[in-house]
Design a protein around this ligand. Structure first.
Ligand code: ZN
Length: 305
C-alpha cells in the first residue's frame, strides 16, 4: 500500500503526532472584527480550550508519558499565558499557527511575511527559540508560503495533504519537511457546531469520530505511515470526547511499537535519514502553479464552474 515508508526509530511500526491547534477565540475576532466582543456564548465556548481543556490534555499526556505538539496563534500566546506555560511545563512543542489565525492565501505577500515574522518573534520570546514548524491556519497555505518558510529557516510544515508519509517541499533554494495530514482526521467536520461561526453540521458522537480516527491509525500502523490528527482543545477537549481520546491513546500504546513524538522530533528524524542517505523521500516542487491555468482563458466564465 505504501511505496516507500521511512524507517522509524527503534523499529517502530509507525509515527504518531497528535496535534492540538489552540485557536481559542482568535477565529471569532477574525470572522467578526466589530461584534466579536458581543458574542459572549461563542467566546465562552472557545475559551474552554485554554481555560479547561489544555490543563486536562497536558495532564492526560503526562499520565501516558508522551510529548506532542500544540500549534498556537501568537495572539493566543499573548492572551492566554497560563495555558502556554502549562503546555511548556509538560515538555511539549509550541508550533507556529499565525498571529490571529489569518489566512496567508487571502493576504498580499508583504502582509503574509509581516504576520509570519511577528508571530515567530512571540514564540521565540516565550520558548527561547525560533519555531521549528508551522501549521498554516485553516490550511490556507499560499503559493508564496514555502518561499517565506525557507527564507526564515523553518524545518517543517504541517498544513498539506499530499501523502501518507513525510515528504519534502522545495522551491529550488531550500526545502522543508512536510508532515502531512488530511480532513478525515481533523475533529472540525466531526464536532464543530457554532451559529456565530456559521457551522451548522450534524455533530457526531465521540465513538463515531474515534472510529474514523482509529481507522487511520490502524492503517498507519499496518503499513508504516504517519498519523497526524488535527484536533482543537475547545472541541476534542470536552469531557466525553477527551475521555474517548484517553481510551484511544491506551489502545495505540497497547498495540505496541508506536513512536509518539512532537513534530519537531519527527522532522529532525526525517532530515537525519536524508542527510545520511538512509531513505529518500518524495519531493514536491512548489508552487504547483504560478497563476490560473491557461486553458481557463479559452472558456466562457459560466462554463468554468
Ligand atoms: Zn487553527
Amino acid at each position: 500500500m505504501l511505496k516507500n515508508p521511512p524507517p522509524w526509530p527503534n523499529g517502530a511500526r509507525c509515527a504518531v503526532s497528535i496535534t492540538f491547534d489552540m485557536d481559542a477565540d482568535s477565529i471569532l475576532h477574525l470572522a467578526h472584527h466589530a461584534s466579536a466582543h458581543n458574542r459572549v456564548a461563542a467566546i465562552s465556548m472557545l475559551r474552554y480550550g485554554p481555560e479547561v481543556a489544555i490543563p486536562r490534555i497536558v495532564e492526560m499526556y503526562r499520565r501516558f508519558g508522551i510529548r506532542q505538539t500544540f500549534f498556537v496563534p501568537a495572539w493566543c500566546i499573548e492572551r492566554y499565558p497560563q495555558a502556554v506555560e502549562t503546555i511548556l511545563s509538560g515538555g511539549h512543542e509550541i508550533g507556529h499557527h499565525g498571529y490571529l489565525h489569518e489566512h496567508p492565501n487571502g493576504l498580499p505577500e508583504e502582509e503574509q511575511v509581516y504576520w509570519l515574522r511577528r508571530s515567530s518573534e512571540v514564540i521565540k520570546r516565550v520558548t527561547g527559540k525560533h519555531p521549528r514548524g508551522i501549521r498554516v491556519p485553516t490550511y490556507k497555505f499560499s503559493a508564496a508560503t514555502l518561499d517565506h518558510l525557507v527564507a526564515d529557516g523553518f524545518e517543517y510544515d504541517a498544513s498539506l495533504m499530499g501523502d501518507d508519509v513525510p515528504y519534502l517541499l522545495t522551491n529550488g533554494k531550500g526545502s522543508v519537511v512536510e508532515l502531512p495530514t488530511h480532513y478525515g482526521v481533523d475533529d472540525w467536520p466531526h464536532y464543530m457546531g457554532s451559529r456565530d461561526l456559521s457551522y451548522i453540521m450534524p455533530v457526531k458522537a465521540p465513538s463515531q469520530a474515534m472510529e474514523a480516527f482509529r481507522a487511520d491509525f490502524d492503517a498507519a500502523w499496518q503499513y508504516g505511515g504517519l498519523f497526524v490528527p488535527v484536533w482543537h482543545p475547545f472541541l476534542s477537549g470536552r469531557l466525553a470526547r477527551c475521555h474517548a481520546i484517553a481510551e484511544f491513546i491506551e489502545y495505540m500504546l497497547g498495540k505496541g511499537n508506536v513512536w509518539f513524538a512532537p513534530m519537531e522530533d519527527i522532522a529532525a528524524h526525517i532530515r537525519e535519514l536524508v542527510a545520511t542517505k538512509k531513505w529518500e523521500p518524495r519531493v514536491d516542487r512548489l508552487p504547483y502553479y504560478t497563476g490560473p491555468i491557461p486553458e481557463l482563458g479559452e472558456v466562457e466564465p459560466a462554463l468554468a464552474h
